[in-house]
Design a binder for this molecule. Structure first.
Ligand code: NAD
Length: 380
């Protein structure tokens, strides 16, 4: 099997951690003591982390467009922790995409090193650029609330005949019409809104399921998050937040037999704290009742570096999408999306989704090499 050639829409912190992480595992090689450390899978089908190659990238920030990818990932306002620098290859030149609704107006009030600065350039022909790069899929890392821009890139993926991995809470893969468009074109897609490796959502879901499994009644809960990266700055504009809140809230509510009343659950970004940079802190509270109705409550504080936390999952989403592409599967990948994304087309318990992914990946290698006809529903 060859490389997985990907395109990136948005060269922000998440893209930076993904690109640096791929290089990190490439340098570790396959035999070092820690070569699997931090990964859910070292191999996904025939693919190792270093088999992912970014062949084209789009952004709109004046400090990133026209630069090589390996310069752009370290350009401000990116602020995530370095994993590694000094790449042997420069990577592709970052191309200008259409801005559409990618940049929130309120950002203009913030210092240059904290906000996006749109380049005054004309967008390239994105479909042509995707075709020319011969990429297998587009990975979407645009800001929350950029509905038009995400739809533009999703349509571009369809027109270029490639897969789509949607890491953000604009509903494409979980939207029936968009999902059908990918199915009709014979293309796989994974989404929506990446569920970080050990992030607020997976922790909150797991504890919610724990209450349920142990017979405790969850009565009320909140999850408040703070951070200092551009994702948190962007989310200060509450008009861009609707689908983010739906995505994060449904991810938790789906673990309960009877969902909580909407006024008993509050989940979302709480504030932007610039000095936190890419460090995200989650404050979680769960109130409930156990045996004989006796009250109990749980408080938790989780502190993570936000972007590597998402890259640890994107690295599997990309490889699953490619395995599906190799096998000729089309449309939304259901268990893959359920395990790796917050807002999949179908919610599952995480252990169920994981078991289905393992079964999907365990299919015989001949099946990977000899693709079945396209247009199958992509349910392993
Ligand atoms: N970090 C996580 O764990 C996590 C989890 C779930 C979802 N996400 C989502 O992933 C997305 C990316 O996160 P991030 O931290 O990298 O954000 P970021 O703000 O660092 O990066 C966004 C990038 O998109 C660029 N951009 C804006 N409009 C554009 C357009 N029209 N075309 C091309 N590029 C454009 C910006 O210049 C910037 O480089 C966000 O929507 C975030 O909510 C992240």
């Amino acid at each position: 099997m060859g490389k997985i050639r990907i395109a990136l829409a948005g060269v922000g912190n998440c893209a930076s951690s993904l690109v640096q992480g791929i290089e990190y595992y490439r340098r570790l090689g396959s035999t070092g003591r820690d070569h699997c450390l931090g990964l859910m899978h070292y191999e996904v089908g025939p693919y190792r982390p270093e088999d992912i190659e970014v062949v084209t990238a789009f952004d709109i920030d004046v400090r990133k467009v026209g630069k090589t990818l390996n310069e752009a990932i370290f350009a401000p306002p990116n602020c995530t922790k370095d994993i590694c620098r000094n790449f042997s290859r420069p990577g592709p030149i970052v191309q200008m995409g259409p801005i559409l609704d990618g940049v929130s107006e309120h950002m203009a009030e913030y210092p240059d090193n904290q906000r996006f600065i749109p380049a005054e350039r004309k967008s390239v022909d994105v479909v042509h650029a995707l075709r020319e790069s011969r990429c297998d899929m587009l990975v979407n890392y645009l800001p929350v609330g950029s509905q038009q821009a995400v739809e533009f890139y999703a349509q571009a993926a369809l027109d270029a005949g490639i897969g789509f991995v949607n890491c953000i809470p604009v509903f494409i893969v979980s939207n029936e019409k968009w999902g059908q468009r990918f199915r009709d074109k014979g293309l796989p897609c994974v989404g929506d809104d990446i569920k970080a490796q050990v992030g607020a959502t997976i922790v909150h879901r797991t504890l919610t399921k724990l209450f349920r499994d142990r017979g405790a009644k969850l009565d009320a809960t909140y999850q408040l998050n703070t951070g200092g990266n551009t994702d948190f700055l962007n989310m200060l504009n509450h008009s861009r937040l609707k689908s983010k809140k739906i995505s994060k809230t449904e991810a938790v509510q789906s673990q309960l037999e009877t969902p909580l009343d909407p006024d008993q659950v509050h989940i979302g970004p709480a504030d932007y704290v610039p000095w936190q940079k890419d460090n995200k802190v989650c404050f979680l509270r769960m109130e409930g009742r156990g045996f004989a109705g006796i009250p109990l409550n749980l408080e938790l504080r989780l502190s993570v570096e936000d972007s590597p936390n998402s890259a640890g999952v994107a690295i599997d989403a990309i490889r699953c999408c490619q395995v599906a592409r190799d096998r000729g599967l089309a449309g939304p990948l259901l268990p893959v999306s359920a395990y790796l994304m917050k807002h999949p087309p179908v919610q599952m318990f995480d252990e169920q989704a994981r078991a289905q992914i393992e079964a999907f990946l365990a299919e015989t290698p001949t099946d990977v090499i000899s693709p079945r006809p396209r247009r199958q529903t992509a349910v392993p």
